[in-house]
Design a binder for this molecule. Sequence first.
Ligand code: SF4
Length: 187
Amino acid sequence: MSLSRRDFLKVSGATAAGVATGAGVDLAPVEAAATSLKIKEAKAFAGVCPYCAVGCGQLIFHRDGKLISIEGDPASPLNDGHLCPKGAASFELLTHAARQTRVRYRAPHSDDWQDLDLETAMDMVADRVWTTRERGFVAERGGMTLMQCANIAHLGGATLDNEENYLIKKLFAGGLGIVAISNQARI
Ligand code: SF4
């Protein structure tokens, strides 16, 4: 039986569901097709692409604790097994050799980058935000209460989920008085 890559993913998704529910599923076509695929004998988790507001379903294949591949989930009504180039490249979010795993810092007027520990970097960011906010905070104007910080803006990306956006809004608007806050909608 000939099985395309997309058919294989569909059957594997059904197989995973079958195992989970105890339903009987014929594995023969999948096993036959898997012999030539890198996801052979891999397990899959369902996930969501982190890159944009479409929220395409993904199947995240792993074996022996190692990420093997990320494919479009045929069971998702949003993407029906497809991924755009960004989503198809999400495998490299974890695996790309150039991925930065340490904080890199370049001081003002320096052309050298140095490593910082995360704690130090977070303190530096917090200090800068607070100093800037203190410079730009307007408590009142013309007798009107403003409590507004207009010299900082926040622009979020699509990888932020609803809960993160809630916290960002709470901290930056409610805590610091920042009014210019925007983010790509994320489902
Ligand atoms: S970046 Fe592409 S694959 Fe990811 S959610 Fe958006 S459209 Fe889907």
